[in-house]
Design a binder for this molecule. Structure first.
Ligand SMILES: *Cc1c(COP(=O)(O)O)cnc(C)c1O
Length: 486
């Protein structure tokens, strides 16, 4: 497919403004562009076709099955978009007087209340714009807590090796050193290893539960207690809450801080870089460190509380400050609240139960063919290892992922979690029907068979997509993101 600049015909002309009927104002030459602006010269019809062609090449949940593990690519109800589009939400300015935005402030307060209920936290800030951003913010809360107690020797964050890569990265960004602990052979936190590293220098512990191999750690109360006994705090990576919404709460598992990805579990479409929402919730004793401004309610009136920079004795002076301009991605909060209100408490629970059911169904239908390194039942996702297949046939996890592209299926998460070799991680989500799952199961079985009978052919896949096998390293390290006019 040609780029729009390659479709441009020089001097075709693309005047879109009518000639002016008021006197022209001549700008000083120092303000003028010294090169002609690069605009493609192309007719409106062709512009429209160009972007339609691009849109048709984009793959999303509205095109088909998208089992990207850990990312929760579920169907996002269109109703949420409709509500977020209402002018009272979308045509406002962040600096408008509070009395004109009472409804918006109420949305934030209500969403905070429900998300606290869902996570078992007491307060929540919507400022962080993504999961990793939430982790960073949450770790800053932990740091503020230790610092205020003059407990500055706590410089280490413990992270299991099954963690999402953002966990150690955020801990390092927040100024901590990271201690990695191995998991047990069956995929859980190794309590013996944990006990070996925990101590007076432990600032905190980060965990996802269910973890990134799709397993719920039943020792969670013991684990969080070990950290608390040592004086550390527990951080819950709740980027993906799709297995436990309405069923279990991080706050009840002994966690002090949590972040959620509204763009995963709470139905904001994601991919392509945002906008997202990574709100951070915390227990009561950490509330005073949360970023400001926060929404407060008194007598049915909502107002924003800011930090008083000139008075470090003031009530909110302990706040870590801002982590983003204004209040976070507000329309993402509107969508999350709409989602919560449409489903209700029972509906959210039901969504989680179906997410777990769908994952277990798929896993059990595939278990005779694909190797599952961890015994089930799984939670919202499961991991397969293609190590044996690769050994026997040369067909690797990436080849299976590429092969299913020809059947119109988005690849699962590949080579993650790092503790499983040749990993494919599938998260079907609750919004897929049994018929869709059955179809995908058949395709995965078929592709596996091809891998064993005709591996040379299979590793040529995909054959039906616009691009076959790009150089993945080059695409990641040397992306060409702009048109070179010279
Ligand atoms: C997606 C994810 C993150 C990171 O979220 P971003 O919004 O991409 O920064 C962190 N932890 C887990 C477990 C995730 O699945």
């Amino acid at each position: 497919m040609k780029l729009i600049f390659e479709k441009s015909i020089t001097d075709r002309g693309h005047e879109i403004f009518p000639s002016t009927d008021v006197p022209e104002y001549k700008l000083d030459s120092m303000f003028l562009r010294n090169k002609k602006l690069h605009l493609p010269e192309i007719s409106e019809t062709d512009v429209s076709r160009h972007y339609t062609e691009l849109a048709n090449r984009t793959y999303g949940v509205n095109n088909g099955f998208y089992p990207l593990g850990s990312c929760t690519m579920k169907y996002n109800p269109k109703l949420n978009e409709e509500i977020a589009k209402l002018p009272g939400f979308s045509d406002i300015h962040p600096l408008q007087p509070e009395y004109t935005t009472q409804g918006c402030l109420k949305v934030m307060k209500l969403a905070e209340k429900y998300l606290c209920e869902i996570t078992g936290m007491d307060y929540l800030s919507f400022q962080p714009a993504a999961g990793a951003h939430g982790e960073y913010t949450g770790l800053k809360l932990i740091r503020a807590y230790h610092n205020e107690r003059n407990d500055e020797k706590r410089t280490k964050i413990i992270v299991p090796d099954s963690a999402h890569g953002t966990n150690p990265a955020s801990a390092a960004m927040a100024g901590y050193s990271v201690i990695n602990i191995p998991s047990t052979a069956d995929g859980f936190v190794d309590i013996t290893e944990l006990k070996k590293v925990v101590g007076e220098d432990t600032a905190g512990f980060m965990l996802t539960n269910p973890n990134t191999v799709g397993l719920f750690d039943k020792n969670i109360l013991e684990i969080t207690e070990i950290i608390h006994q040592a004086g550390g705090l527990n951080y819950y990576d709740g980027a993906n809450l799709n297995a436990i919404m309405g069923v279990a709460r991080p706050g009840d598992m002994g966690f002090d801080v949590v972040h959620l990805n509204l763009h995963k579990t709470f139905s904001t479409p994601h991919g392509g870089g945002g906008p997202g929402g990574g709100p951070v919730g915390c227990k009561d004793f950490l509330g005073k460190y949360l970023p400001l401004p926060r929404v407060m309610e008194a007598d049915g009136q909502y107002k924003l509380i800011y930090k008083n920079e000139n008075d470090d004795k003031a009530e909110y002076s302990a706040s870590i400050g801002r982590v983003k301009e204004f209040y976070g991605n507000f329309l993402v909060v509107v969508k999350a609240l709409t989602y919560i209100l449409t489903l209700g408490g029972d509906g959210l629970k039901n969504a989680s139960e179906n997410a777990v059911l769908n994952a277990n169904y798929m896993m059990n239908q595939l278990i005779d063919i694909y190797h599952m390194p961890f015994a089930g039942p799984c939670m919202h996702e499961f991991v397969m290892s293609l190590e044996e297949l690769k050994h026997d046939t040369g067909v690797a996890a990436i080849d299976i992922a590429k092969a299913i592209l020809d059947y119109g299926i988005h690849p699962p998460t590949m080579y993650f979690p790092l503790i499983v070799h040749e990993a494919l991680m599938l998260e079907p989500t609750e919004t897929e029907s049994k018929e869709t799952l059955d179809n995908v199961i058949d395709i995965l079985k078929k592709v596996y068979k091809e891998a064993t009978t005709n591996p040379e052919d299979l590793i040529q896949s995909p054959k039906k997509t616009p691009i076959g096998r790009p150089d993945e390293v080059k695409a990641a390290r040397k992306p060409v993101l702009k048109y070179n006019f010279d």
